[in-house]
Every structure is written in C-alpha cells, then in structure tokens.
Design a protein around this ligand. Structure first.
Ligand code: ATP
Length: 518
C-alpha cells in the first residue's frame, strides 16, 4: 500500500519537474510563477520520492493480499484434515512408541482427571528419525485414538519471503486448533522453521519460530491441543523449542527391526491375495534396513508385478522382483553396454561376491550384471540377523567387501574403472567413522568433531592408512582365489545373474582350492 502511494506521488512530481526543466533551460521561458527556489524544492521532492520508492522496493514487506488469504487457505485446508480414520491398529510394530503415547492419549481422553490433580497436559511431542518410518502415520493415529481434529502442516509451508506471513500462518493454525479442540497439530519437517537461531539468522524465519514458541506457551489449561513435530535432524533444532513446556517429549522412531518389518508387511498385504509360497517372515529377514514406507512400497510393487504377469495371486517371485526394484532401481530393458565393459562389470561384481562370501559379511541373495538404475551390476545381500553393534574387525571386513570390485579389476585387467566410485565413497565413510566416531584408529579412543581443523591432516592420513591396509588384504585374498573369481565371472557372463544358492555351489566346487587369507 505504502509503495503504491509513494509511486502515485512520484509520477506527478516527475512530470512537474520535467516541465520546469523544459521551461527554464530549454525554452528559456519561466513557467507559471515558479521561482528558482520553488523549482529546486520540486526537484528535491521528486528525488526524495524516487529514493524512498527504491528503498521500499528492496525491503521485505507485509503483503496484505497474501495475509488476507491466509485464513481462507487454512480453512480450506482443514476441511480435508479433520478426524482421521486411523488407529494404532494401522501402525505395525513400534510397540514401545505406542506405549509411550498411551499416556498422552489418556490425557486427551480423560483430561478432567489430570486437571483435577493439577497436572498439565503435555503440549509438544517431537518425533525424530529417518524418513518413512511412520511419524505422520503415528500422529494421525493419536488423533484417531482420541477422536481429535488433525491439522497437518509442513514446516516449509511457513517459510515465506515476506516478513510476518509465516508467523500469521502459525497464529491462524493455532486459532483453528483451539476452536476445534481437542486437536492434534502435526508439523512435519519442523526443522524448516525451528533451526537454531544463531546458525542462520533470517528475520522472517525468526518471527515464525517466535510465534510458534508464543503459541505453545499460550495454551490455557482447558485447551486440549497437542502439537506433534517431526524431524530427521533433531540436532539442528533451537534449544528454546526443546525446553520443558514446549517439545519436551522426544521419541526416536528408527527403521523397524525384523519383528516390526514382519508386522508392517502383514498390515500392507492383509487385503492382497497371496500365494501360499509367500513367507512374510522370510521377506522381513531379507529387508534389513528398510523403512516402513519402503516395505509398504514393496507390497504394492509386488501386487503390480503380479498384475503385469496376469496372475491372480502374488507369489514370492513378485516380492523378490519388488525388493530388487526398490534396492537397485528400475531394470534397463535394452542396455547398450559394450562386451568389454560387461566383462569388467562381471569381474567387479564377482570380486564383491568372492570377498563377501569368504569374510562372511551378509548373506548374498543375488549377483547380477543386468543394469538397473545407474548401476551396471550389483550384489544383493542382507545380514543374517539385525545387528546393532559391530566389532572393529567386522568394519574392516565391510571395507574389504566394498574394495573387492576395484581389486578384481586391477588383478584381472591391470586397469581400474570409474565403476568403483560408489564403493570407494562408502568405504571411505566407514573408515572416517572408525577414526572420528568410534575411536578405532591409531589416533586413539577419541571422538573427533568436524571442526577440529588442526587434526585434519592426521585424520586424512589415518583414513588413507585403513583403506590401504584393507586394499592389500583384499588383493591377497583375490590373488589366492583367482580361480573362483574367474568361475563366478564366467557364470555371470553366461547367465547375467546368479542366485545365492548358485554361488554356494560354485564355492563348493572349489572347496579344496579355497584359501581364506584371514
Ligand atoms: P517422513 O519423515 O518422510 O515424513 P514419516 O516418518 O512421516 O516420513 P509416514 O509418512 O508416516 O513416514 O509413512 C509413510 C508410509 O509408510 C505410511 O503411509 C505407511 O503406509 C507406511 N508405514 C510406515 N511405518 C509404518 C508402520 N509402522 N506401520 C504401517 N505402515 C507404516
């Protein structure tokens, strides 16, 4: 508005100034009764208006049009939120999390009981953990279990260019939640507005965060409104947001263990026609490290594969294809890989499989040289059981398996390729963690933070030493078992992919030549 007024004054003032210049200097006739002082005054005013206009142009503004739409937007949005038809029965596994949330549910369902005792209703719960682990689903289930309104907002929706718009959105959201209480406000990706204020100072972001803090303080005891925040980066959040009275309950939701994976797969296959060959327990074992969202995706992909193959039942091959699709990406139907490259890829993958099998790292399910996604070949493997602790030796062995591909190229072709890039990245990351996080290097039992600059060279040298030692060990194992490597590669070139059982039979054939260098 201010900008429009300044602009409206500036235009006539500019016209008048131009006429005065024209009449005084170009035509040499005096315009009306303007003296020289009057003319100078008009020019100064024009210049002043121009400068002021430019300043307004640069300054972040409150945008009334955007502001007035906020309420409308929020109302429109909340129409499709409301009471979700989701309960704890739809959330598989996560038993300890559900137990922890029971108290909150009881607070909402029987708030009088707690209020009589003078207890305060918890205001904020923070879910943190990797993506796709069921944070949104759980928040919806809390709303479903308590028959509360569910108001969803994503942190990024509050991030705006114009000062005050984000804060206004927060205010409108909380007003709506209080009006429709009991309500659950779910703020996904809360780190988009809640990062530590000293890290990145941004006027608009700070105002939005401040408004969120004010709103969380402003509930009175009869408002049954609970705010659930979700983030993948708890470490980035501002302390003010985490202090008691705000998001003081932190619940970590990690990737599911084998039992939870089985439960999640059961939930997502319960309405699907399964062939008796499908053993959900076995699939759960083969999907180590998968999130709930990936498991839901596998069940869906398996159903799609079954339809594509004109089957009435989903069988185990459809699940296997779905797992491969999720892990390795889309199969390239007509790859244009040169024969020479195929040969190199076969030996590279055989290198991984050979070392993996000898060092007993993970169960190998399949080795393939059929390109998928960006990979020209891959080894599909999974741990025998869920692991939470690794010894130093196991980490070194993991590095050796990763280096197996590059070492095989070096031994067979006396040449190395770009195909090992991803392996090297992973191997370096493990070595870095061994040095900086786990105290498993000659730098001692210390944790080294990223900003310890003075030690940077020492860290790099240590990482290099670990990788080089592992490389030498891998080289020794492959040299000694070159016959087996060649046999695996030959099978791969002939059949394009071999199963775990076929790999075992190749090893069986060579059991008397097998040399375990460790
Ligand atoms: P993000 O951090 O990326 O927002 P999220 O943790 O909020 O992810 P959700 O959106 O809740 O994950 O989960 C995605 C989907 O994965 C769900 O809709 C559901 O189908 C499935 N899912 C995840 N965890 C579970 C679970 N424990 N039980 C059943 N389904 C699950």
């Amino acid at each position: 508005m201010k900008k429009k007024i300044v602009f409206a004054l500036f235009i006539p003032s500019l016209v008048l100034s131009s006429i005065l210049v024209y009449s005084k200097y170009l035509n040499n006739i005096s315009f009306m009764s303007f003296t020289m002082t009057d003319s100078i005054l008009v020019w100064l005013i024009t210049l002043g208006l121009f400068v002021y206009y430019l300043k307004l142009e640069q300054k972040p503004q409150l945008v009334p049009a955007a502001m007035s739409n906020e309420k409308k937007k929020c109302e429109e949005k909340s129409k499709d939120n409301n009471k979700p038809d989701v309960s704890f029965r739809d959330v598989a596994g996560l038993d300890e999390v559900k137990e922890e949330l029971q108290e909150t549910i009881d607070f909402i369902n029987h708030s009088e009981k707690y209020l009589k005792m003078g207890a305060k209703i918890p205001r904020g719960i923070l879910f943190h953990g990797p993506p796709g682990t069921g944070k949104t689903l759980l928040a919806k289930a809390v709303a479903g279990e308590t028959n509360s309104n569910f108001l969803y907002a994503s942190g990024s929706e509050f991030v705006e260019k114009y000062v005050g718009v984000g804060a206004k959105r927060v205010r409108t959201l909380f007003e709506k939640a209080k009006k429709d209480a009991p309500s659950i406000i779910f703020i996904d990706e809360i780190d988009a507005i809640g990062t530590k204020r000293n890290i990145e100072s941004n006027n608009e972001k700070d105002q939005t965060l401040n408004q969120l803090l004010v709103e969380m303080d402003g509930f009175n005891r009869s408002n049954t409104v609970i705010v659930i925040g979700a983030t993948n980066r708890l470490d980035l959040l501002d302390e003010a947001l985490l202090r008691p009275g705000r998001f003081d309950r932190h619940i970590h939701i990690g990737n599911p263990n084998v039992h939870s994976r089985e439960e999640i797969l059961k939930v997502h296959t319960k309405d699907k026609p399964l062939d008796p060959s499908v053993d959900i327990k076995k699939i759960a074992k083969k999907t180590h490290g998968f999130s709930g969202a990936q498991l839901a995706n596998i069940a869906n992909e398996a159903a799609i594969f079954a339809v594509r193959n004109n089957k009435h039942l989903i069988d185990i091959t459809h699940f296997e294809a779905a797992i491969e699709r999720v892990v390795a990406g889309l199969e390239i139907k007509h790859p244009s890989v040169l024969l020479k490259e195929k040969n190199m890829v076969a030996h590279h993958e055989a290198g991984h499989a050979l070392i993996g099998n000898i060092l007993k790292i993970n169960m190998i399910q399949k080795i393939s040289i059929v390109p998928r996604g960006q990979a020209l070949g891959y080894v599909l493997n999974f741990p025998d059981e869920d692991r939470y602790l690794f010894t130093k030796n196991e980490l070194l062995n993991k590095i050796k398996v990763l280096l197996g591909g590059r070492v095989a190229e070096q031994i067979i072709f006396n040449e190395i390729t770009t195909g090992a890039s991803n392996d090297l990245e992973k191997a370096t990351e493990i070595a870095k963690q061994m040095v900086c996080k786990y105290g498993m290097s000659s730098l001692g039992n210390v944790v080294i933070k990223e900003n310890y600059r003075f030690k940077y060279n020492k860290i790099e040298n240590e990482i290099k030493r670990i990788i080089e030692e592992c490389y030498d060990d891998t080289m020794k194992i492959i040299e000694e078992n070159k016959i087996i490597l060649e046999d695996i590669a030959e099978h791969l070139l002939e059949k394009e992919s071999i199963s775990g059982e076929e790999l075992d039979s190749i090893f069986n054939k060579h059991k008397y030549q097998l040399k375990n260098a460790t």
